[in-house]
Design a protein. Sequence first.
Length: 268
Amino acid sequence: MLYLLTEHQFLSGPIILTLILGVMLVWERSAPRRKYAGIQGRRLNNLALLGIDAAVVILLFPITSIGTAFLAARLDWGLFNVWPVSYPLAFLISVLILDLGIYCQHRLFHTSKWIWPLHRVHHSDLHLDATTGVRFHPLEVIIYTVLKIGIVLAIGAPVAAVALFEFLLIAASLFYHANVSMPTPIERVLRTVFITPDVHRIHHSAWHPDMYSNFGNLFIWWDRLFGTYHAAPAGGHEGMRIGLDGFEGARVTHIVQLLKQPFDVKSE
Ligand SMILES: [Zn+2]
């Protein structure tokens, strides 16, 4: 049964991630959305950051969000483990609440003067492709993981809902950061429900009003509901500048510089 997914089975995560990343890299090569001259070592450094993040999470967290859902179910912790609602309803609402939680968290990461220097590492990428989707500072990943586990505990989300959400979150991040083009009619239909690459790219604009928009992860509804949805970037997708003012060179590419960047006084 799906809800009996174990931690061991979740080790298939890295394999799934590699497969999706591979598909995105092939798609980017065959149908790129923006021209990319190439920045030496950029992709490898982004992937190195993913490796460090994975090691930090494995070392620091004795339990994942899926393991937390198991524990909450066994000990009757959290809303849906004490409130008798039907399983499909608990499943559906859990996925929606988790996505809303990540949306709120993303807005907090932009507004908190303590957390923004960490999230800024993600935004300082000078180009957007699938590897940007795994480019996060380890300290941001720690905060993100603690908050996500907190949401799972609070709502007592079903294990399968958390497992599905985690899978979709990884797949979505690789997809909407990818430098891929798709037929306009398909993109228009897709963005009525989901975050597409054309929607999320606007969030990586160097122009602040565009950067302070499109915070969503899976569903586009939260941005529409809370007034943070931008349909198109000010300079157009070809003309818009990606990155942050004053952030360029090795300090936005090299792995050591990326780890140091939040604490670099020049960044202020
Ligand atoms: Zn952001």
